[in-house]
Structure formats: C-alpha cells, structure tokens
Design a binder for this molecule. Structure first.
Ligand SMILES: Nc1nc2c(ncn2[C@@H]2O[C@H](COP(=O)(O)O[C@H]3[C@@H](O)[C@H](n4cnc5c(=O)[nH]c(N)nc54)O[C@@H]3COP(=O)(O)O)[C@@H](O)[C@H]2O)c(=O)[nH]1
Length: 802
C-alpha cells in the first residue's frame, strides 16, 4: 500500500457493495474528505451528486462488464474536473483519478481563441494559413480560393501548399528568411514575394505571420495571412516607369505617398535638392526639405481639395541654401478613386526669382544710396494721396536739395560727391520715422514723405517743419569725406497734401517750388509752398511764351552803360539787354535772364546782344573819336558752356568785322566752377584772338585764388553790393581794398560797378580803383542816347582842356 501512497494519482478501492475499502492520501486531498471517515462508507451515500452522472454509469459498467473505463468529468460539488480510470478487480473496483481542472481551463481558452481565429480567418479577405509544425498540417481559409483560385481539395494539406507556390526566383530567399525567423527565436515574420495562382500567373503578396512557441521556445506553430498587393505594385511600377522616363527631365519629379513619404525621386530632384534617391527613399518630405512647413501644409490641403496644386514653395537644399521652386502637384488615385500617391513636378526658379528681384531692385532703388528712387517714390506718393481721402489725415512732401553740391562735385571729383550723397542719405534716414518714406530723385535731390500728420493743416505743417528742422540740423553737421572735412547745407521745400486735393504732379511742383524759394532766400533754410508761389510759376509760364514771341518779333534792344576812367575819359560801355515788351513796357533782364537760361532761349538772345555789340564796335570804328571805345558783353553760363561758343563768338566777330581788341566778355564766377580745363581752353583760344575777359560780380561767389591764378583774365569787376555801402560798412571797404590789391598783384584791371555818388568815386580813387561804372555817370542808355553821351563827354573834355 505504501506504493499507492506515493503515486501522484489519487486512488481508492470499492468493494462489490460500493463501499470504500482504501483511499490514498491524494484521494483524501482531492475528495476533500478524511479517508478514515470514508472507509467502509457507501460511495453513493457519501457522494450522492455522482449518482445521476457519468461516474455512476461508468463505474457500474466497469463492475458489471468487468471492463476498464476511462473518462473526464466535472464534479460540481468539488468544482473540479477529474480524469478517471477504473479497473475491475477480484475485490471490486480500483479507481485512479487526477485533478485536470487547470488543463481543462487551458484547453477551453485554447479552444476559444482557436474559434476566434477561425472566425476572423473566415471574415478576412486575406488568405489566412495555419501551419502546425509538429504535424506539418497546413490549414487555409477561403482566401486561398477567392484570392488565388484554389478549391480546398486542390490545395495540399501540408507546408508544400505554400512553399511550392512561391515564385522560383524568390523561393530560396523567402524560405531562408522563414527559417531564420524560426531558428532565431523571432515572434514574427513578414515578407513580400510572388505567389502562384491556380491559372499559373503570379500575384504579388504581402505575408504577415507570427510564430507560436512552446514552453521551451521551440516553434510549434505559425499563423499568417497574405494579401494580394498586385494592383498597387503594378500601379507603383507604372508610376515609377513613367517617372523614370522623366528621369532625364531637367525638373525634379517626385512621387510620394499620401503621408508624404518619398517613393520616387528622379535625377532632377537629386540635382535640385542635393539629396540622392537612396538618401530620401521612404523619408517624410518635411523631415529634410521644409524648414517652414506652413506653406507646404497649405499646399497639401489645396491638393486634397482640388486634386492638384500649383504654386511656389521655398524648400531647403541639402547644403542649407534656400531654394525657390515652382511646383505642380497632382493627386494620383487608385482604381476605386481613392487618393493613393502624389506626383510632384518641381522647377527651380531660384535664379529667375533672384534676377526678378534684382530687376525690381534696379528699377525701384537708387544704386548709390540704396534708397527708393523716383519711380518708387511716385508710387508711394500716389498711395499716400489716396489714403488721405480715406483717413482724413494730412501728409507732407519735403524736397531736399543740397546747396552748392555741384561745386563740391566739380572741384573734388565725383567719388567725393558720391560719398557725400551716401552720408546725407544715412543722416536723412535717422531723421524720420519708420513709417515715413525717404527717396533719392537723382543728383543731390532727396524727398521725404510724411504721412498721418493729423487732420488739422496747421498741426500737420508744424510737424513737417519740425522734421524739416531736424533734417536741416543733421545735414549741417560737418562731413568727413575721405581726407576732406566738408560743410554742406540743404534747402528744403515743403508742401502739405490731404483729401486728394492735388494730384501727384502738382504736389511735386509745389514742393520743388518751395525748395527753390528756400534757395532763393539764401539757402540752408526751409520754405513752405504758398499760393503766391503758384502765381509766380504761372507768370513764368506766360513769360516764357512772351520771350519766344519777343524773339520772333525783335522786341529786344541793347542799352549801353558807360565805363569811365578816373580822369573822366570814356573807356567804353557795358552792353545790357532790354526787352521792349508790347504790354509791359521795358522789362529788366533780372526778370527774364534766369528764365532764358533755364529754357535755353539765352542762346539766341546772347547771339543777338553779341552781334549788336560787334556791329556797334564796327560803327564806332568808322570815327576816330569812338574807334578806341571798348564794349563789354555779358556771357551766361549756358552760353559759355555751349560746345559752339568759341566758334559763335569768332563767327560773329568775323561776320561783323569788329575788332576783337575792343571786345570784353564778362563772365560770372559760377560759370567757372564747371569743367575748369575746358573753361581755360575756351578763354585761351578767344584771348589769343585779342578778346579780353572780365570777371563780373567779383566777391559774391567762391572767389578761389587757385582758379583766379589759372584763368587768362584781364579785369576784375567789383560787385555793386560792396560798392553800395562802401562809405558806411567797414567790411565792404575791406573787401574792396582786398579785391583791388588782388587785382594789382595779379596784374588785372579793376572796375567798380554801381558807383552812384561822387563820394563813392572819391573813396575808390583813394583806395586805388580807377575805372567806374554806375548811375553817377549814367544809367544804361539806348544807342542814340549813348552816342549823345559820348559827344557830351568829348565836348566836356575839350572844354576842360581849353
Ligand atoms: N547774360 C546776360 N546777362 C545780362 C545781359 N544784359 C544784362 N544782363 C544781366 O542782367 C542783370 C541785370 O542787368 P541790368 O538790369 O541791366 O542791371 C545792370 C545795371 O543797370 C546795373 N547798374 C549799373 N550801375 C548801377 C548803379 O549805380 N546802381 C544800381 N543799382 N545798378 C546799377 O547793374 C547791372 C549790371 O550788372 P553787371 O552785368 O553785373 O555788371 C545783370 O546781372 C546783368 O549782368 C546780357 O545781354 N546777357
């Protein structure tokens, strides 16, 4: 019995009266009863629940038929599954039993999951397979029929049903992969390969499986499912083929899936972005192409909405450089009409954009100062004018012109002039707000446009003036131009605008006029446009028309103002132009000479004066008493700088027959600052023919000794502004003295003009000036009057001698 105590199974013996005669310890434990209590007891009384079940039936069968029985049964009172084997014996019945509750539970779970798996396998469209590796039984669901055409009868029930249908080219590779997965302890295996259909053709399949292992890790089962990916493979192949055809295209051609993972990347894309196809395959575009994904995502939304998208994007080259591309994206759909992938054809327009930008820049920006140019200024002005009618605000236009910039440019050279303009541009930038606009119109002209100066014109004017003052102060600071310290001042003209009252042209004219007014009033100042200026400009227009018709109708005359030597002798006269206007009477040259200069009419006028003067010299030459008289003729800057000037003078002399020795040309200082070498050359040529030169208005300009020394001059003419107050203003007297001594040292004659009184004449004699012109002797006279004056002078001289 001790053997029966030590066996793992529970064991008891029943006699022929169904009473327990023996129970081992295991039986005591499983039945949860004390064996001493049970021995001698009637089994069906102790366990009445067993009477109506399999226990009762099978035990009776074993006892009556003397056969061995074995069964598994659940015994409710003990909530236990038993595996029972009963053997009839002499004594009665020997019963071995064990608790299989846990095994039963595992079997149930296994059964349930198996059931679930089969149900899923039935429901799925994939071809599901189940390979029992211990038995080599291979189970397939209906998918093997629906996908590949095999009926259950046609398909083998072992692993050959799978392996024999793998495409020969891929079979070894796939089997090696599967073996590797099994041997390496992997939990799954996936693969893509071709699988033969019943009709002999091959389908591309995507197989996913997992491997079931026992408690020792040994693979016992493999379950998997294949789906047919032939269509998408073919589609992909077709696209790739098409795209490969375009591989040689210059453009970048990219195919990506709907999640933007790259599936095709042609050579053009490699060239454009610097990434090779291998480097980007399967990668998300945003990962490596777009720093700012906003534009890219907006484009994606459009693409999904409309099926295609065209536009510009700014991707990044592999080397970090920003590119600009023109993209054309098309959504590619599968047979069912679902979006499947995206075909992108991208053209590099980086250089084109740069060129466009450059052109734009050149068209709208000044190269020297990098400021907006006139074109852009006009555009902004138009917008500002339009805005005033909407917002009721005032704006202001400030025209800024540098005083005497030309002199700097001509004397120190254009490079220095450019430096000044650049520094002026910088200073102007610091004087304005970011919302204001600064531009360079060209030359030394700058424009500042101020906006949003409020609804009240006085307030707006005051704000504009404040900015104007600021500019004035900033530009007055000294400039360091290479090695030169330079002082420069601006003249500023301001006009306000509001409510679209004036158009762009008008506003520009107004600001320009105001600026000229500032210049006219001594420079380095600010002037606002006012309506009187408008009247002046209207007059100017009328005057120009009158000048033209005056020239045609010979309304011009020459007057002569005598020039007298200290001893009373008549040296000659200055020829002065007069305009006998039909309605306005005699018009002073101060009124029309500047306009004639601006319009070019000074050329025919000057020709007329020179010809008249030369003819007069010829007329005087006929009489010994007047043959020595000299005539001075004023030469304007424009006339002098005309390329035919020398020929014109010589031609007039030749035509008239006048003696050049009796002709003096009066030049002004401002005329001399432009192209010094050409000035000297022209003067030298004329001087070699006997013509003299006088420097008019001396002292009022930039009396530079350096040029004075180089010019072939004969006479310095002291400006009348110094003569007027000679007796009362010590500084004027000092200037006059200086000019006279300068004349002496340079061996130049000196004439004082504007001599109105005897006292002035006396003072000049005392200082050392011996030739005079002025009202003391005579106003400018018409020729008849002047001839009378000559005769009177000669009579007086003779009388004095007598
Ligand atoms: N390019 C040309 N310029 C010319 C010509 N003719 C004249 N002008 C220039 O016009 C300016 C005004 O000239 P005008 O009104 O003739 O005045 C001259 C004299 O009348 C005046 N003057 C002479 N004496 C006195 C005086 O005692 N007091 C006083 N207040 N004015 C006086 O001075 C003018 C002469 O100036 P200038 O020529 O500088 O010697 C004047 O700038 C003329 O130059 C012409 O044909 N071409």
């Amino acid at each position: 019995m001790s053997t029966l105590e030590s066996i793992t199974d529970a064991f008891f013996i029943l006699n022929h009266e169904w009473r327990f005669t023996y129970l081992n310890q295991q039986a005591e434990r499983l039945l949860q009863r004390d064996r001493n209590d049970l021995v001698g007891k009637f089994i069906w009384e102790e366990f009445p629940e067993a009477i109506n079940g399999i226990f009762y039936r099978e035990y009776h069968r074993a006892m009556s038929e003397k056969c061995t029985v074995g069964f598994e049964e659940y015994f409710d009172p003990l909530e236990t599954w038993f595996e029972v084997n009963a053997y009839p014996s002499e004594e009665g019945l020997a019963v071995y039993f064990r608790d299989i509750t846990e095994r039963k539970a595992a079997q149930r779970i296994m059964h349930e999951s198996e059931e679930r798996f089969r149900n899923i396998a039935r429901a799925t469209a994939d071809a599901v397979w189940d390979w029992d590796m211990k038995t080599d039984v291979m189970w397939w669901n209906d998918g093997i029929h629906t996908l590949f055409g095999y009926s259950p009868k046609e398909i083998e029930s072992d692993i050959s049903s799978w392996t024999s249908r793998i495409h020969p080219d891929e079979k070894d590779q796939i089997l090696a992969e599967v073996h590797h997965a099994i041997d390496s302890g992997a939990g799954s295996w996936t693969g893509e390969y071709r699988f033969r259909r019943k009709d002999g053709s091959y389908a591309y399949v995507w197989d996913r499986s997992f491997i079931i292992r026992d408690e020792y890790g040994k693979a016992v089962r493999m379950l998997g499912g294949k789906n047919d990916i032939t269509e998408s493979k073919l589609q992909q192949a077709r696209l790739t083929q098409q795209a490969e055809l375009l591989d040689k295209a210059h453009d970048a051609i990219i195919i990506r899936d709907m999640d933007n993972h790259v599936s095709f990347w042609n050579k053009g894309a490699e060239r454009l972005y610097g990434w090779t196809a291998e480097e980007v395959a399967g990668r998300h575009l945003e990962e490596f192409l777009y720093e700012d994904t906003k534009g890219f995502r907006t484009a994606m939304e459009e693409l999904q909405k409309n099926g295609e998208w065209r536009g510009e994007l700014e991707p990044i080259h592999k080397n970090g450089k920003r590119l600009i591309i023109e993209a054309h994206w098309t959504l590619i759909q599968d047979d069912a009409g679902y979006p499947e992938s995206i075909l992108a054809i991208n053209t590099d327009i980086t250089q084109r954009k740069a060129a466009e930008h450059e052109i734009q820049y050149l068209a709208f920006y000044d190269q020297l100062t990098q400021l907006p140019n006139r074109q852009l200024m006009l555009d902004r002005l138009q917008r500002a004018i339009n805005a005033t009618s909407r917002n009721g605000q005032h704006g202001a236009l400030l025209f800024i012109d540098l005083d005497n910039f030309k002199i700097l440019n001509d004397t120190l050279g254009h490079d220095i002039g450019d430096l000044l303009l650049q520094q002026v541009a910088q200073r102007l930038t610091t004087c304005i707000r970011e919302s204001d606009s600064l531009s360079r119109l060209g030359g030394d002209e700058f424009v500042v446009m101020l906006e949003n100066l409020g609804g009240d014109s006085l307030e707006a004017a005051s704000q504009a003036e404040t900015i104007g003052e600021k500019i004035l102060a900033a530009l007055n600071e000294s400039y360091s131009l290479s090695d030169y310290e330079h002082q420069c001042t601006p003249s500023i003209g301001i006009t306000l605008f509001s409510n679209q009252e004036h158009n762009m042209d008008e506003l520009q004219k107004r600001a320009d006029l105001a600026m000229y007014q500032a210049k006219g009033e001594g420079r380095n100042t600010i002037r606002f446009f006012d309506p009187d200026m408008q009247a002046a400009i209207t007059n100017r227009i009328t005057l120009e028309a009158d000048l033209r018709s005056g020239l045609k109708q010979n309304d011009f005359l020459v007057y002569y103002q005598p020039q007298i030597v200290k001893d009373g002798k008549l040296l000659g006269a200055e020829a002065l132009l007069r305009w006998q206007h039909p309605s306005r009477g005699l018009v002073s040259p101060t009124e029309f000479i500047p306009l004639a200069e601006d319009t070019g009419l000074i050329l025919p006028l000057s020709e007329f004066v020179l010809m008249t003067a030369c003819n007069q010299l010829v007329a005087w030459a006929q009489h010994p008493e007047t043959a020595e008289l000299n005539l001075s003729v004023n030469i304007s800057a424009r006339q002098f700088h005309h390329r035919d000037f020398v020929d014109q003078v010589l031609g007039t002399l030749a035509k008239s027959g006048a003696n050049p020795e009796n002709l003096t040309l009066e030049l002004t200082e401002s005329l001399l600052v432009e192209d010094m070498e050409s000035v000297i050359s022209k003067m030298t040529t004329l001087k070699s023919r006997g013509i003299s030169f006088s420097l008019d208005d001396f002292g009022t300009g930039y009396s530079s000794l350096s040029y004075l020394k180089r010019l072939p001059l004969d006479i310095l003419k002291i400006d009348q502004s110094f003569i007027r107050d000679l007796l009362t203003d010590p500084s004027d007297e000092a200037i006059v003295r200086t000019v006279i001594s300068l004349g002496q040292s340079l061996e130049l004659a000196v004439i004082a003009e504007g001599v109105e009184t005897g006292e002035t004449r006396e003072a000049l004699i005392n200082i050392g000036c011996h030739v005079y012109q002025g009202y003391l002797f005579s106003h400018p006279l018409p020729i008849e009057e002047f001839n009378k004056f000559i005769r009177k002078m000669q009579t007086e001289t003779i009388t004095n001698k007598v």
